[in-house]
Design a protein around this ligand. Structure first.
Ligand code: SD4
Length: 351
């Protein structure tokens, strides 16, 4: 081949490669600096696995590592001291979803969610029946999800009269503020205990240490997926399911537009389907940052004290985040990055 042609070919190749770099796919993003989770997902993408596989592998790594104690076994004990898990996986090419809520005695929550996606027409299975389902298809278990750390955390909470907790408008029936509780209406106003006991309930749980993994990925073939895994909220009332396994709340992905992952006070956030909102905002032309800021502002208008954050990703590989009530960090790895990059997002000044 004559030299000029070789040169032109080389330049063309370089141009294509640089274009891939700036378009930024394949790509994987997730809430918080969960570097090992991103690396695991990125390796899966590099090996040619699908976006769904990469998200499952990434979240699964976080579960095994018990990322920040709020993903996987041994974290966020509920009122009975038990750890239960929420997880979801969404395939943005088909809009198929598999999710598990408050699954018990199974460590591999995201893999259980994937089984729902792969082998059923359902979207969400919960509690003991989700466990039976997952075990029937070969997932490991039953496993004890309690660890020495989660037990110690729960005992300390019991010793602190079960404070804080998620109850409101109730009265404890004993002299501690632990349950069982009765509705406040069932107490007569003349009850001597009323005022004293009223103060014993429901000091609000802070979400300062909340760190769900919500992850989104675009694979080499341009397919998008999103997923979540979390042990939810410490001292939750048994049976509570958070936003993690709720489609459009904890995560969302649509091949036509992009994807989103959320973290924070799931009880509030799921009322707004913030990730669905983000994707629809991007469909209307907003950038990922604008879309995320808009979704957060809708929640903050109604719940000024809520704590939460969002990471958004469009099909071009552009990403952005927004948060309220805390400083947020999210992780990214894409073509041209040697390792995971961490991005920091601050709450809007008006927060
Ligand atoms: C939940 N949203 O169950 C989850 C917890 C979380 O960052 O996001 N932590 O409410």
């Amino acid at each position: 081949m004559p030299l000029p042609w070789r040169l032109i070919r080389c330049m063309l190749l370089l141009f294509i490669l640089s274009l891939q770099g700036c378009i930024g796919v394949p790509i994987v993003v997730c809430t918080w600096p969960f570097k090992d989770a991103i690396r695991t997902a990125w390796n899966a993408l590099q090996l040619g696995f699908s976006a769904v596989d990469a998200v499952v592998e990434g979240c699964s790594a976080c579960e095994a590592l018990q990322c920040d104690g709020s993903v996987g076994y041994g974290g966020s004990p509920d009122e009975d001291g038990e750890t239960t898990l929420d997880a979801m996986i969404m395939d943005g090419t088909t809009m198929d979803v598999g999710a598990v809520g408050a699954i018990r005695n199974v460590k591999d929550a995201i893999r259980a969610a994937r089984l729902v996606l792969q082998y059923t027409d359902h979207t969400l299975l919960v509690g003991d029946q989700a466990t039976v389902f997952a075990l029937s298809l070969g997932l490991g278990g039953p496993s004890n999800l309690t660890t020495d750390q989660s037990l110690a955390k729960w005992l300390k909470w019991k010793e602190s009269d079960c404070q804080p907790n998620f109850w409101r408008n109730v009265m404890p029936s004993s002299n501690t503020s632990c349950g069982p509780y009765s509705s406040i209406e069932s107490f007569s106003a003349s009850n001597d205990d009323f005022d004293r006991r009223k103060d014993l309930c429901s000091k609000r749980v802070g979400f300062g240490n909340h760190d769900t993994i919500s992850m989104a990925a675009i694979d080499k073939e341009g397919r998008i997926a999103a997923g979540t895994s979390t042990n939810g909220a410490s001292y939750k009332i048994p049976g509570r399911v958070g936003d993690g396994p709720i489609v459009g709340a904890g995560a969302y992905a649509d091949q036509e537009v992009g994807a989103c992952g959320a973290t924070g006070d799931g009880d509030v956030m799921m009322r707004f389907l913030p990730c669905y909102q983000v994707v629809e905002n991007m469909r209307l032309g907003m950038s990922p940052v604008e879309a995320a800021e808009n979704a957060i502002s809708r929640i903050k208008r109604k719940y000024p004290a809520f704590i939460g954050a969002i990471v958004a990703l469009n099909m071009k590989g552009e990403h952005g985040g927004a948060c309220h009530g805390w400083t947020f960090q999210y992780s990214v790895q894409t073509t041209g990055m040697e390792d995971v990059n961490i991005f920091t997002v601050y709450p809007a000044i008006s927060s």
